[in-house]
Design a protein around this ligand. Structure first.
Ligand SMILES: C[S@@+](CC[C@H](N)C(=O)[O-])C[C@H]1O[C@@H](n2cnc3c(N)ncnc32)[C@H](O)[C@@H]1O
Length: 449
């Protein structure tokens, strides 16, 4: 194996390894870890390797790492992560195996671990000889075959036994780029024509009137209408929040967990901008992104930085007609967009998240006017964060009742009606992200809705 790697390949591999290390060792999200390389000339290649290695880490690590740990000692984290990134290249890139091995040997030197160069070379060469057997052994277990942690596979199997393999498969797909069109500033058929004229292949999404999915991803600056705010990037399942809350012009609305503002923009667009909208979030940095998004959309809202669970001293005591609570969650419905979730989440996070979701729901309920509606949503597919939270809330809140969501028969994000709301499952690449929605109405007088 004498081939030299393409120029810069080792540098890219070493940088991707540093990104994955931040996820695996320090618990940073991949987005945070990649943010430091936003202006890197090789950003796309670094991102592709890093996200690919994160996506397949749980499958590739047990296939390759035992080859390096024959002595039984703890492997240097840089070596572990580099080997997984290199095997990802061997399995999923179009580079020749020889050049990928050579790049990995050079990359370990760039990671200040020159003494491991011989080991990297030997391990990867042996992996190439044994890959079929090694992967077959790993693939005997469902969780490692699909590169998911065992606890998550167990939770998904309990919740969705008939769809388990479909969900696991879809979670490892590359998601489509979906756009939300501001229907006040254009129609989907006209926008599809505009895209066609620009040579961009795209489709509408049945059941989501504002959604357009591109056949291939594009940088946002190349998307017609993005800069002037006619379109935004938003998955079709997320777009349903504004459809279901259906804010009416003149209403006073609270977007209770608003940042970075995807749904804030969608709510404003639905009502033609004529909402008295408060967009609240506890995270100042993320709230700044709401401001940036609204500026691009040329829409206005009152931005509030506050912890929803604290006394609402930001509130002027005028109740809201409608509230959207897009609660922080496990993100198990958006793994295809954020594969790091598979490495970062733990089973123990779930009860803590569910308790927070219930607290947030209880905190915003008193801000709703009698007769008003609250849409609860998460991008989780786990019932403990969805049905479980709504049932626990209803059990102690006699003034709250469930509102039937409209029939979802022709909606292309695959929907399941549950006893409390809609569960969208991520089942296919072309479908929407996993999402849950439930709509609650506050009684006008004690006991009546
Ligand atoms: C799922 S994200 C919201 C996404 C947003 N609705 C959108 O569509 O772009 C959840 C948000 O809840 C915020 N959050 C978490 N805990 C909070 C709290 N106690 N009070 C207010 N916001 C909170 C987080 O900062 C995060 O931005």
């Amino acid at each position: 194996m004498k081939a030299r790697p393409p120029a810069g390949a080792a540098q890219v591999l070493a940088t991707a390894t540093r990104v994955v290390l931040q996820v695996v060792l320090e618990g940073h999200s991949a987005d945070e870890a990649l943010a430091g390389f936003a202006n890197h000339p090789q950003r796309a290649a670094i991102q592709a390797i890093a996200l690919g290695a994160v996506r397949w880490y749980v499958r590739l690590a047990p296939a390759v790492l035992p080859l390096a740990s024959a002595g039984g000692g703890e492997l240097d984290a840089r070596l572990r992560v580099l080997l997984v990134c290199a095997v990802h290249q061997l399995e999923y890139s179009s580079h020749s195996p020889a050049s990928s091995v050579a790049a990995a040997v050079d990359a370990i030197r760039l990671l200040d671990l020159a003494r491991a160069a011989g080991l990297v070379n030997a391990v990867l060469r042996r992996y190439l000889r044994e890959r079929a057997l090694r992967l077959a052994a790993v693939d005997r277990t469902l969780a490692t075959r699909h590169a998911h942690p065992a606890w998550l596979v167990k939770a998904l199997a309990q919740a969705w036994p008939q769809h388990l393999e479909q969900i696991l498969t879809a979670n490892n797909e590359h998601p489509p780029l979906c756009l939300r069109l501001d229907l006040r500033r254009g129609s989907v058929p006209a926008y599809l024509d505009e895209l066609k004229a620009a040579g961009i292949e795209a489709n509408g999404v049945s059941g989501v009137d504002s959604a357009v999915c591109l056949a291939a991803a594009l940088p946002v600056r190349e998307i017609p209408g993005f800069a002037e705010g006619r379109v935004s990037v938003q998955d079709s399942s997320a777009q349903l929040a504004a459809v279901l809350l259906a804010p009416q012009p003149g209403e006073r609305v609270l977007d209770a967990c608003a940042a970075p503002g995807g749904k804030t923009g969608a709510l404003l667009e639905r009502a033609g901008g004529e909402l008295d909208l408060v967009a609240l979030d506890s995270d100042a940095v993320r709230l700044h992104r709401v401001a940036e998004n609204l500026e691009r959309l040329q829409r206005k809202a009152q931005l509030v930085q506050a912890d929803l669970r604290a006394a609402p001293d930001w509130w002027d005591a005028r109740p809201f007609d409608a509230i959207l609570l897009d609660a922080p969650c496990s993100g198990t419905g958006v793994i295809r967009r954020h594969p790091d979730i598979k490495l970062l989440r733990r089973a123990a996070d779930l009860p803590r998240l569910a308790a927070t979701q219930l607290e947030l729901l209880r905190a915003c309920w008193p801000l709703l006017r009698p007769g008003g509606r609250l849409l609860y949503g998460t991008c989780s597919v786990l019932p403990v964060e969805n049905l479980g939270v709504i049932e626990a809330f209803l059990a102690n809140e006699p003034g709250a009742s469930l509102t039937q969501l409209p029939q979802a028969a022709n909606c292309s994000p695959p929907l399941r009606s549950t006893s409390t709301g809609w569960q969208i499952l991520p089942l296919a690449r072309a479908g929407g992200d996993g999402f849950y929605y439930a709509c609650l109405t506050r009684a006008t007088t004690a006991g009546t809705v």
